[in-house]
Design a protein around this ligand. Structure first.
Ligand code: BGC
Length: 642
């Protein structure tokens, strides 16, 4: 058999400039038809979070991918058959798609400290992706988040590179395996230092030395590259003011030459737009810095035009374009794309019955069990007796959408079990500003999370004497022995999850959909009206309704066990003081049952903080810092008495 490099050379010898320019181009699905794929020789397409075909079932995805694939594989005198690759954000399960299993977000997995589990999660995710005819996911995120104000903190396994570096190769292995039919191409992101920006501003500026960059942020990538990861996505942030998307040292010298990465580098969502006001200049800068594939969601025709002119006039050397094309083709050959049947005829498409199946959900349930961290357990109130008379309250008690967080069905996440959740807002005074915004800002239609259980549903299954009252008004010590109050954050993604102190809020840049549309794929809300999540990390100010619900119940003399849904450590001194026990559940995903398993003692509680927990908003301490004295240190987590 000819070796891959030889096959690539033979194919490239036949490729025209048009075909090469198309091969490095990745439009968003809303802006490209199968006919365009053939006409412009497009190499890849993506779905932005929440950008979905038809009714958003696996079959709709297979049909769409089949059509794009067929267009890319037509061979005639103007067109070469080169299979297209389709990319999605399956960052905690294939969660764009209705009915997929939803795993805990990475921050919870970091607390589980279990690399074997990580590989199994990635393997299930790969299966659920292949069930939709897709070949590539923009995961895992290898951010080492160093400031919890960052809206993407939950995408990070830990503030400590040790855990991220341990997980990176396992996740890559679980996704890619040996490129069998139930595997997908992985993409580690966002190269590099996305979790290191000043004030935790999304897409902000990383002001750290090269030494610190190499010590804290590069090691996870090295581990992933050594494990054979095929693609890397560049960060939308900057290093001392210079955008990573145009950073030759970071992309070519460090990533490709020094770390020996021989797959392809993809830009993030319209990321080259910010390099220069002159788009042609931006295209040239990024290409010459070493970018190989370009996520140019809507302006892809313009992009192709600039690539062609700049190669023709010599501003982009032909060798650079050839290198980019070779890298993309190398990934396609290595992954076996040229010999795979069309998406509709792949084994995983024909037998996609395991999509969202119980076997997959069991892995997610185990992940939830292992990710819970107990911060307080006075008088050993936990685990609870299943026969206790239990009041279940709190706005996140019965809302599968809330517990899944961002990047679930819609980019910003969804609000599910809406009818019940809204009863918590019955008292106008308890509604924080944030909640009114949120009501208007994300998808509030019901039944978006199909399968799994809310935390209330999971408690109800095992505790016969439990009742639900979201705002806690029915608290009655004559009727209840204890309350479980589920509080915390509501879903968010990227810059809309930032906590930005006053003054910094103004600098909010929204890259998605902001160029020509004022709504996002799959969402009918005008995104430009949204702002960051808040201005500080104090939960009692972000969500005053939570402490009010807790106090409403404790004032009647009923002890409260608090379960917190969140994507980062928050300052929760008041809520902690008012609770007899306090458990952090992060964004656990669809399998709420994992929470009940632990609270009632069927499983031990074993999660340990992979992030330091702050006493005040302004400390921003990470393990190893000077004067390190957080409220709960890295690695903290109580266990049940044996
Ligand atoms: C995010 C990436 C994501 C991409 C595609 C960007 O806004 O930064 O993490 O993969 O969109 O949805």
């Amino acid at each position: 058999m000819k070796d891959i490099e030889q096959q690539i050379s033979e194919l490239m010898a036949k490729m025209t400039l048009d075909q090469k320019a198309g091969q490095i181009t990745q439009p968003e699905r809303e802006f490209i038809t199968p006919a365009d794929v053939k006409k412009y020789h497009i190499g890849s397409i993506l779905s932005g979070g929440g950008s979905v075909p038809g009714d958003n079932k696996p079959d709709d995805w297979i049909k769409m991918n089949d059509e794009y694939w067929a267009a890319s594989m037509e061979e005639d005198e103007d067109h070469l058959a080169i299979p297209i690759i389709y990319g999605v954000d399956a960052i905690h399960g294939n969660t764009n798609v209705i009915g997929s299993v939803v795993f805990p977000h990475n921050i919870g997995l970091g607390a589980a400290h279990d690399p074997d589990l990580i590989e199994r999660i990635a393997a299930v995710t790969a299966k659920e992706i292949t069930a939709t005819g897709v070949d590539w996911t923009f995961a895992p995120t290898l951010a080492v988040a160093r400031n919890s104000h960052w809206g993407r903190t939950y995408e990070s396994y830990s503030e400590n590179p040790k855990i991220v570096t341990e997980y990176a190769p396992r996740f890559v292995k679980g996704l890619q395996g040996d490129f069998q039919e139930d595997k997908v191409i992985a993409c580690v992101k966002h190269w590099v230092g996305d979790g290191a920006t000043l004030h935790g501003i999304d897409q902000g500026d990383m002001c750290i030395s090269e030494e610190e960059l190499r010590k804290l942020h590069v090691p996870p990538y090295k581990a992933a590259i050594d494990a054979g990861v095929l693609t890397v996505m560049v960060s939308l942030s900057s290093w001392f003011g210079e955008k990573c998307h145009g950073h030759k040292f970071l992309i070519t010298d460090l990533l490709k030459k020094e770390l020996g990465f021989d797959g392809f580098v993809v830009s993030d969502w319209d990321g080259i737009d910010y390099l220069n006001d002159d788009y042609e200049e931006a295209v040239v800068m990024s290409m010459n810095a070493g970018m190989d594939m370009f996520m140019v969601t809507e302006k892809w025709r313009e992009f192709i035009g600039h690539i062609k002119t700049s190669v023709e006039n010599g501003r982009i050397p032909m060798e650079r374009l050839d290198d980019a094309v070779r890298r993309i083709l190398r990934v396609k050959y290595k992954f076996g794309m040229f010999t795979k049947p069309r998406p509709a005829q792949r084994k995983m498409s024909l037998q996609n019955s395991c999509f969202g199946c119980l076997e997959h959900r069991e892995v997610a349930r185990e992940a939830v069990q292992k990710s819970l961290v107990m911060l307080k357990n006075d008088n050993d109130i936990l685990p609870l007796d299943k026969n206790s008379r239990i009041l279940v309250a709190g706005k996140n008690a019965h809302n599968r959408g809330h517990q899944c967080g961002g990047f679930t069905v819609a980019w910003q996440g969804v609000n599910d079990n809406e009818t019940v959740a809204s009863s918590s807002y019955s008292d106008k005074d308890t509604v924080s500003e944030r909640d009114t915004d949120i009501e208007a800002s994300y998808d509030t239609s019901n039944s978006k999370i199909v399968g799994g259980t809310s935390i209330w549903e999971s408690i109800q299954k095992v505790a016969p004497n439990a009742v639900l009252c979201i705002d806690g008004r029915d608290a009655d010590p004559g009727k209840q022995d204890v309350a479980i109050v589920v509080i915390g954050e509501v879903p968010y993604a990227e810059m809309l999850g930032d906590i930005r102190v006053e003054g910094l809020a103004k600098g909010l840049k929204i890259s998605k959909g902001s160029t020509s549309r004022d709504t996002l794929p799959g969402e009918d809300i005008p995104i430009m009206k949204k702002g960051p999540y808040g201005t500080h990390l104090y939960l009692h100010q972000l969500h005053p309704e939570d402490i009010e619900t807790i106090r409403r119940i404790t004032s009647k003399g009923i002890p409260v066990v608090t379960v917190m849904i969140c994507g980062r450590p928050l300052v929760v001194t008041q809520e902690l003081d008012a609770s007899q026990a306090f458990v952090v559940a992060w964004f656990p995903g669809s399998e709420g049952q994992g929470v009940a398993d632990v609270i009632f003692g069927d499983m031990d509680i074993q999660g340990k903080l992979s992030f330091s927990w702050p006493r005040y908003d302004d400390e921003n301490l990470n393990v190893g810092d000077e004067n390190y004295d957080p409220l709960f240190h890295y690695g903290y987590g109580l266990e049940y008495k044996k």
